[in-house]
Design a protein around this ligand. Structure first.
Ligand SMILES: [Zn+2]
Length: 532
């Protein structure tokens, strides 16, 4: 068997566990009553009516925090208060709530988050840490009825690790580039879905570590005035400068998280995609790469808005970050991290595969549709967002280049890894939990490779019009909700007008890939990759 070029570009690798120093002071009282207003500043005008109804029953975060940069003696920190207005839409009364403290994951070394006080409706609440300190369990003083809301207040201190060994760049200070990557910086309500309930287990080893439901975010942040922040949200006003400090007020939502990156080095460039400002935040020596990333990101917003549905926000930030450890990029709401090395258009990393920087950007941008707007349980059904993002990326190349270039990308990004697994070790099922895969390589080959090939095969089978009509309906029906594989299949069946049960079972639920591909497919791919 010839050796197949295998590249795993956009895997967001994951994590295990660590501990902080959590001190509990149950009598301390913080913050005031919740203000769950409709915070819609960053939503584009045309979608405001569609999303206005959502805001009144979405969970709402109000965060006030101070960022202290790294010094020669101390790690960087973010400390502040969080007020979370939580609506019980689980369909059953609740006596417990769960917050995830992802910063305590082992992967982040000296990184940590501690929660100092917790109150529920202004009364001290009993809380305890478990799952290696990444799960904060809060016992409610009285059960919360279905459809009712409570206000939870907490004070937190988050320590940002410098250059953690195993990190994939979501949460760290990177000394060499002088960039802060700031996911995980506040306690986040655990994800909940009807199928799996609360997401309280160990953080996945393969795939995305964070699974959340939609909320609105109102964030006030004080930080050194020389730092340039890229965030999930939009600034409400220009930053208020006081000496060497700046106070910023951001809002965002509906969305699934509030993430940030910051650096004094960032060079910001902007392009428009319809009503959306796309910003590139890149290092000073990376102009050429930044221009490519900005153009691809802008075209991706246009292409996916046309094919699937309108990008929801006035802003999208594309940020050059040291993601490390072989990952290509990471998606967040309104914000994507793209691996810094790929911005060097003459460098080894970017030259390993044609159009690599563009592929990573348009994959991560596709997650704004599949992950952020339409949510799914990324532990149980990673293919719903990852395989769709890769299939959309191939479609982006078909639309913005030509079919041959799209096929070339499918060879490099989808077939190479999958064929390597299929013809050496055999096939595996796509729709299974991320940690059911034995390695990142298998997870990547099956979820990003086979899963995306399955969606492209489905597109060929039912036709592009029916394919994108279904995705458009999926985007509308499950906006800021959690969809299941059955929900997506039903959309395709509705659009196609016929059952797709057999197709779905074969491609996503069985390991029958050798029925679909044989040595001639492998030879063709190798010929095309070699340009012969
Ligand atoms: Zn992805």
């Amino acid at each position: 068997m010839p050796s197949v070029h295998s590249f795993l570009p956009t895997a967001i690798l994951a994590i295990t566990l660590l501990l902080p120093s959590a001190a509990w002071a149950e009598n301390a009282e913080i913050a005031s009553e919740g203000s769950n207003s409709a915070i819609m500043a960053p939503v584009i005008d045309s979608l405001e009516p569609a999303y206005a109804g959502l805001a009144s029953h979405l969970n709402a975060y109000v965060l006030e925090a101070t960022f202290s940069p790294v010094t020669e003696r101390d790690l960087a920190t973010i400390s502040g208060t969080e007020q979370l207005t939580y609506h019980n839409d689980t369909g059953a009364p609740l006596d417990t709530l769960y917050l995830r403290l992802y910063a305590n994951n082992d992967e982040y070394g000296t990184g940590a988050i501690s929660v100092d006080t917790v109150t529920v409706d202004r009364k001290p609440a009993l809380d305890r840490l478990n799952v290696s300190d990444t799960l904060l369990t809060i016992s409610l003083n009285t059960p919360l009825a279905v459809g009712r809301a409570i206000v939870l207040n907490a004070a937190f201190t988050t320590t940002i690790p410098t250059d953690p060994q195993q990190s994939y760049g979501m949460f760290k200070y990177d000394k060499s580039s002088n960039i802060y990557s700031l996911a995980h910086w506040f306690p986040l309500l655990a994800g909940w879905d009807t199928e799996a309930g609360w997401n309280t287990g160990p953080i996945s080893v393969n795939g995305d570590p964070v699974f959340t439901t939609s909320a609105t975010f109102d964030v006030r942040l004080t930080a050194p005035a020389d730092l340039i922040f890229a965030t999930s949200g939009s600034l409400v006003d220009a930053p208020d400068i006081d000496g060497d400090q700046q106070s910023m007020h951001f809002t965002s939502g509906p969305s699934r998280d509030f993430d940030m990156a910051a650096s004094a080095e960032f060079v910001v460039t902007t392009a428009m995609a319809g009503g959306t400002e796309v910003h590139s935040f890149a290092l000073p020596h990376a102009d050429d790469g930044a221009a490519v990333a900005l153009k691809a990101g802008t075209e991706a917003v246009k292409t996916y808005s046309d094919l699937v549905g309108e990008y929801p926000y006035e802003e999208l930030d594309i940020v050059q970050v040291e993601v490390g450890n072989g990952a290509g990029g990471v998606e967040f709401p309104g914000l994507v991290f793209i691996g810094a090395d790929f911005y060097d258009l003459n460098g080894e990393a970017d030259q390993s595969v044609p159009h690599l920087l563009e592929f990573i950007v348009v994959h991560e941008v596709a997650h704004q549709w599949f992950y952020n707007v339409v949510g799914s349980d990324q532990y149980l059904h990673a293919f719903l967002d990852e395989a769709l993002a890769n299939a959309m990326a191939v479609n982006w190349f078909a639309q913005n280049y030509d079919p041959d270039t799209a096929n070339q990308q499918a060879n490099y990004q989808l077939r190479a890894g999958y064929f390597n697994l299929l013809f050496h070790d055999g096939d595996q099922v796509v729709d299974q939990p991320t940690d059911a895969f034995q390695s990142m390589e298998q997870y990547g080959a099956i979820i990003y490779g086979k899963g995306a090939l399955a969606f492209l095969e489905l597109q060929k089978t039912i036709g592009s019009d029916a394919f994108f009509a279904a995705l458009h309906q999926y985007f509308e029906d499950y906006a800021f909700a959690i969809a299941t594989p059955d929900d997506l299949r039903a959309e395709f069946e509705q659009s196609f007008g016929s059952s797709l049960t057999d197709f779905w079972r074969h491609w996503f639920e069985e390991a029958g890939g050798l029925d679909d591909f044989d040595a001639s497919d492998l030879s063709r791919m190798l010929r095309e990759l070699n340009g012969t």
